[in-house]
Design a protein around this ligand. Structure first.
Ligand SMILES: C[S@@+](CC[C@H](N)C(=O)[O-])C[C@H]1O[C@@H](n2cnc3c(N)ncnc32)[C@H](O)[C@@H]1O
Length: 254
């Protein structure tokens, strides 16, 4: 099977996917509250599948909360290992399709993973055997409704590029887990963030989002040239500061 490799962005991953600390804290508080309401054990064990650099997940470990993380990218895990974290997570290279644990955890979490795995049902089946409860979610800055991003997407699609689908959409995984007898509770939060148009422009220019990795180089260069002239015509200034939202979206399955 061909997996998507995050090795290529490991050293810039946290910066390019940064979200406000408030949102990370909101995620941590929500997950901790859920664990305390659901279980009375003195120590909780969380498994994060596709933990990557631990961008947001590393906030979850505490004296009484052991965090374990799996990922197929050695380089993403190395970035996590470099971080100074008070209660270091236990991490290992492993594939979400073949998880080497059974019934050991209170909670399994998947943040920005299920949209990437083509065989998402197999991954979900693996996870059902690991813990009684599951959180699947996202913590992200809303690049997708930025006018520069939308403009670029229109251009590459007009040039003949087709956006492929890889893993599960929100509806796909919710439907699958409801069919398996789970109930779902959704928690969301959002925070306003100020940034410059230039940051979005650079993100696109560097093909940083994983959905742009397979845009061929020559097509990308052509699209960037067209984007430059369209931004000029529309009077969009890259030095302008804009406000957009960053979101937390968590689905709790139990
Ligand atoms: C978009 S990143 C998310 C990282 C982290 N959860 C976050 O939100 O910042 C996706 C991560 O999933 C990992 N991944 C992709 N397919 C995987 C698989 N089959 N098994 C384990 N990890 C996988 C990638 O290597 C990458 O680190």
């Amino acid at each position: 099977m061909k997996y998507i490799s995050f090795d290529r962005v490991a050293n810039v991953y946290d910066y390019s996917r940064r979200v406000p600390q408030e949102l990370v804290e909101s995620m941590r508080n929500s997950i901790h509250k859920f664990l305390h309401n659901k279980f009375s054990d003195p120590v909780f064990r969380i498994l994060s599948v596709g933990i990557g650099t631990g961008r947001v997940e590393s906030s979850l470990s505490l004296k009484n909360i052991d965090l374990f993380g799996l990922d197929i990218s050695q380089l993403m895990l190395e970035e996590l290992r470099k971080k100074t974290i008070t209660y270091q997570p236990f991490i290992a290279v492993a594939d979400a399709n073949f998880i080497p644990f059974r019934k050991f955890f209170h909670l399994t979490i998947l943040i920005h993973l299920i949209n990437l795995v083509p065989n998402y049902k197999q991954v979900l089946d693996e996870i059902l055997d690991i813990s009684e409860t599951i959180v699947i979610g996202e913590v992200f800055g809303d690049l997708y409704s930025n006018p520069i991003y939308i403009n670029y997407m229109e251009i590459i699609q007009n040039l003949g590029w087709q956006k492929g689908t890889r893993g599960a959409t929100r509806d796909d995984y919710i439907t699958y887990l409801l069919e398996k007898g789970y109930t779902v509770k959704t928690e969301t939060d959002e925070v306003d963030v100020k940034y410059k148009n230039l940051e979005v422009y650079d993100t696109i220019k560097n093909q940083s989002p994983s959905n742009l990795w397979n845009v061929p180089k020559n097509l990308h260069l052509k699209a960037m040239n067209k984007l430059n002239s369209e931004l000029k015509t529309k009077g969009i200034n890259l030095d302008d500061q804009i406000t957009a939202k960053s979101y937390l979206y968590l689905n709790y399955f139990s």
